[in-house]
Design a protein around this ligand. Structure first.
Ligand SMILES: [Zn+2]
Length: 423
């Protein structure tokens, strides 16, 4: 035993030696690179990484590859930045059930997202203190899971004082964003009064937070923009948006997050979900998990649910509004409101892209919405586009997503911080 020890030491030493003396550069070569900025894709591109970050990106003629770089030839593939979901939720759900909050489940949720190519999740509320150490701000590289930003407790209160106490709690816990809901849930609950949300928004800004707001009605969206909301976290769903609203969004330079799959999730299980048999769905969600949603009584309940049927009726309004706002040049920020029971994290991001395409957005608009826009509008440091100094979070695809956005499902590999995600 003791005779082996020097040999082991030599081996350990030589491994260390190898790591530091040879370069840790990695270059992905030969792919078409869509960098997330919206610019023309780079043909025969080289993506050069070191220590989890992008060192260079461009046409192979313009990139000097250092000696001893590990080359990965990915000719014929397309590279896009990892998907950023600007409105998700983590920690709560296991399968189709809520109430499982723990650090382990939060990590598990983030791993599911990562396997679907969602490399960053902005969780807009419901996370607890166990999620705080997992925040992206603490990441060196993320390690087999998506990066995380959190909003903590969704701020509520009947009076400004009550609501401000929640703001302080969130601040103490260490959140990245604040989040409120201004909605009467189709006339079934009391809506947050204006003086309460104004106080929350003002205090959040004083403390240096951006605040994201759940809303449904055009009138509320307009008032929230006036009050200083930094992000509209859902679609306007009651009526078509008008020029006054577009002008206000432009003046305030605020992003708009459609979350079309949120609407879909309310009514889609009234019928047999056609995605239950999709292998891209069942790779994470097996038939036992979704069995309760196939129950005829459950389906009937959904079909007879007035709220569900109202959201169904209003989904085309949301889709038309998305197209109007995108055409007007409003920054569309990608989000799904997934990670809530029956909104399947990871898979729903791909469904959302499909619905955005059905709404009339181009694949390039959708990709930019899921990469550059969230990073820019939510100040997500070193994320978004594939550019020098940013984290090397990207997806290698087997098919061209600009031909059909559904090709984002043809995932060859996912990388977060330059580390391949085990799929
Ligand atoms: Zn939400």
């Amino acid at each position: 035993m003791t005779r082996l020890l020097p040999l082991i030491l030599v081996l350990v030493f030589s491994c260390e030696e190898k790591k530091s003396s040879t370069s840790s550069y990695v270059a992905f070569t030969g792919a078409v690179i869509i960098d997330g900025s919206g610019k023309t894709p780079i043909q025969n591109g080289t993506l050069l990484l070191k220590d989890g970050r992008v060192m260079a990106v461009g046409n192979h003629n313009d990139i000097d590859i250092p000696e001893n770089t590990q080359i990965q030839d990915v000719s014929g593939k397309t590279i896009i930045p990892g998907i950023i979901n600007a409105h998700g939720h983590v920690g709560d759900v296991k399968g189709i059930e809520g109430g499982h909050f723990s650090k382990e489940n939060t990590i598990d949720n983030l791993s599911i997202y990562a396997r679907y190519g969602v490399t960053t999740v902005v969780s807009l509320g419901g996370e607890r203190s166990e999620a705080e150490p997992l925040r992206a701000v603490n990441d060196t590289t993320a390690g087999q899971r998506a990066r995380l930003f959190i909003a903590g407790e969704v701020i509520e209160g009947e009076t400004p004082a009550e609501a401000l106490a929640v703001v302080e709690r969130n601040h103490k816990m260490g959140v990245d964003f604040m989040k409120i809901r201004v909605d009467d849930n189709l006339g079934t609950i009391q809506k947050m009064p204006e003086d309460v949300y104004q106080a929350i928004i003002d205090r959040s800004h004083e403390l240096g937070y951006k605040i994201s707001t759940h809303m449904y009605y055009l009138e509320d969206a307009r008032k929230l923009l006036e009050a200083g909301s930094d992000m509209l976290a859902h679609s306007v769903r009651d009526e078509p948006v008008d020029n006054e609203f577009i002008a206000l969004l432009k003046e305030k330079n605020i992003s708009y997050c459609p979350t079309l799959t949120r609407e879909l999730s309310t009514f889609v299980y009234g019928e047999e979900g056609d995605f239950f048999n999709d292998p891209f769905f069942s790779r994470e969600y097996d038939s036992a998990t979704v069995q309760p949603l196939r129950d005829p009584d459950y389906k009937l309940k959904v079909r007879n649910n007035l709220s569900a049927q109202t959201y169904k009726k209003q989904l085309p309004v949301a889709m038309a509004n998305l197209k109007t706002l995108a055409d007007a040049g409003i920054p569309i920020i990608f989000g799904t409101d997934s990670g809530i029971p029956t909104r399947f994290m990871g898979y729903f991001e791909h469904l959302e892209m499909e619905l955005m395409a059905d709404s009339g957005l181009t694949p390039m608009q959708i990709i930019v919405s899921a990469t550059k826009i969230p990073a820019e509008y939510l100040n997500l440091k070193d994320l978004g586009t594939l550019s020098r100094g940013h984290w090397a979070d990207f997806i290698i695809l087997d098919a061209d997503p600009l031909v059909d956005i559904k090709n984002v499902r043809n995932i060859h590999k996912v990388y977060i911080g330059g580390e391949e995600i085990d799929r």
